[in-house]
Design a protein around this ligand. Structure first.
Ligand code: PSV
Ligand code: MN
Ligand code: MN
Length: 388
């Protein structure tokens, strides 16, 4: 008998993780961008590659777009193209960090004309969402200051609220705004949305259609991220995850690669807090593949999330609660660790086969001929966007 119960398999079957279009482009550090043969040359090819990930894993039913990195003439054509390949167009990410006008801020800028330009960009993103059928507008702001005294911290917070309100007011009934926080970078002294508390305060003032986006790589080292997950779920304001992993800063490495136990702890709080397969909580990746191939990198990522979700589902919640209530510290910890140390990979492979999928999605993709085909067909792949 499988170690995964029919109930747990039914939960896993519903899991969907949105892929970032930019994961399929070339990316790198400020030192060098290494190209990969077969890198997509346009948004259409990024979506075709994302569909491969879904084809072999049945885990990645949507692709997030980034505007203007993914600008096309017709978003409804792009939507049809994606749907024909079995994926939906997901979150639309705005970009106010690559324009000279935004050197000293966008939604927080002192100059009303620059704020207006940044607001209009977000309204244009919502137009894109109308055409793609996307629900979420994700806002990450590269705004802040480098030197004490450089900026009016309070004034910027007030202007941010005002700008966000104007964007929020344009959302359709079924659309949402998710505000992503990050504690540093590109600014180094202060950041205008540095933490979950600031994001929570800002989105709470907007209304029910505004939520917090938690990017796992956007916290100071040592932060207890699962506590934040618990708190945001408790408050009903966890709108989405950007999953990735990090050793040092915002490394954007494959989720679960740097600290699998942290991913387990996060997913346990998701399960415990009712966030799994909850339509209000979007699971997304936000990663870049600098040295590894992109499609296999995304396959590895979604499988990591699936494996760790399966382990989180294995926690014996009854035994855990009993140990917690009786103050049995070591028994409680043992129940938790037992699930973490359980290797679910053979059971997942067997289950995949029972659903007509390859037991080993990575091997199946590598044997499919697709990597060779795109390497031969595509010349001059694009950068992910950061260097663009
Ligand atoms: C920058 O840190 C960032 O990685 C944010 O996490 C966004 O989600 C992403 O870029 C795309 O704009
Ligand atoms: Mn992110
Ligand atoms: Mn980031």
């Amino acid at each position: 008998m499988s170690i995964l119960s029919p109930e747990n398999l039914a939960v896993l079957e519903k899991q969907g993780i949105e892929l970032p279009s930019w994961a399929f482009g070339n990316s790198g550090t400020r030192f060098k961008v290494f190209g990969t043969p077969g890198t997509p040359r346009d948004p259409w090819e990024k979506i075709a590659d994302a569909a491969q990930v879904n084809q072999y894993t049945a885990l990645a039913p949507a692709v997030a777009l980034h505007i203007p990195w993914d600008v096309v003439d017709s978003y409804s054509d792009l939507r049809t193209y994606a749907e024909d390949l079995g994926v939906a167009l997901g979150t639309v990410n705005s970009n106010t960090f690559q324009d000279d006008d935004y050197k000293f801020g966008a939604l927080t800028h002192e100059d009303a004309a620059i704020r207006r330009k940044a607001i209009d960009h977000h309204l244009a993103c919502i137009d894109v969402m109308d055409a793609t059928g996307s629900r979420d507008l994700k806002i990450w702001l590269a705004e802040g200051s480098n030197y004490p005294g450089q900026a009016d911290l309070r004034g910027r917070q007030d202007r941010l609220q005002d700008s966000l309100q104007k964007i929020y007011d344009r959302l359709g009934d079924d659309q949402r705004l998710v505000l992503e926080y990050k504690f540093f970078e590109p600014a180094f002294y202060h950041t205008d949305v540095p933490d979950w508390g600031t994001s929570y305060a800002q989105v709470s003032a907007l209304g029910d259609k505004a939520m917090v986006c938690l990017d796992t790589g956007h916290h100071a080292p040592g932060t207890n991220i699962e506590f934040i997950v618990m708190q945001l779920l408790r408050l009903g304001k966890l709108g989405s995850f950007d999953f990735n992993s990090r050793f040092y800063a915002d490394d954007d490495l494959i989720v679960g690669a740097a600290d699998p136990f942290q991913l387990f702890r996060i997913l346990f709080e998701v399960v415990r807090g009712g966030g799994l397969n909850n339509p209000d909580v979007a699971f997304m990746l936000d990663q870049c593949h600098n040295v590894e191939d992109k499609i296999p990198g995304q396959i590895r990522s979604v499988l990591n999330v699936q494996e760790m979700t399966a382990r989180a589902l294995l926690v014996d919640r009854e035994a855990l609660t009993a140990a917690q209530k009786s103050g049995d510290v070591l028994a409680a910890n043992a129940v938790f660790m037992d699930a973490f140390y359980t290797d679910v990979r053979p059971a997942l492979a067997e289950w995949r086969e029972s659903r007509g999928l390859a037991a080993d999605p990575m091997a199946a993709y590598l044997a499919s001929g697709y990597p060779q085909k795109i390497a031969a067909d595509r010349v001059g792949g694009v950068q992910a966007g950061w260097g663009a």
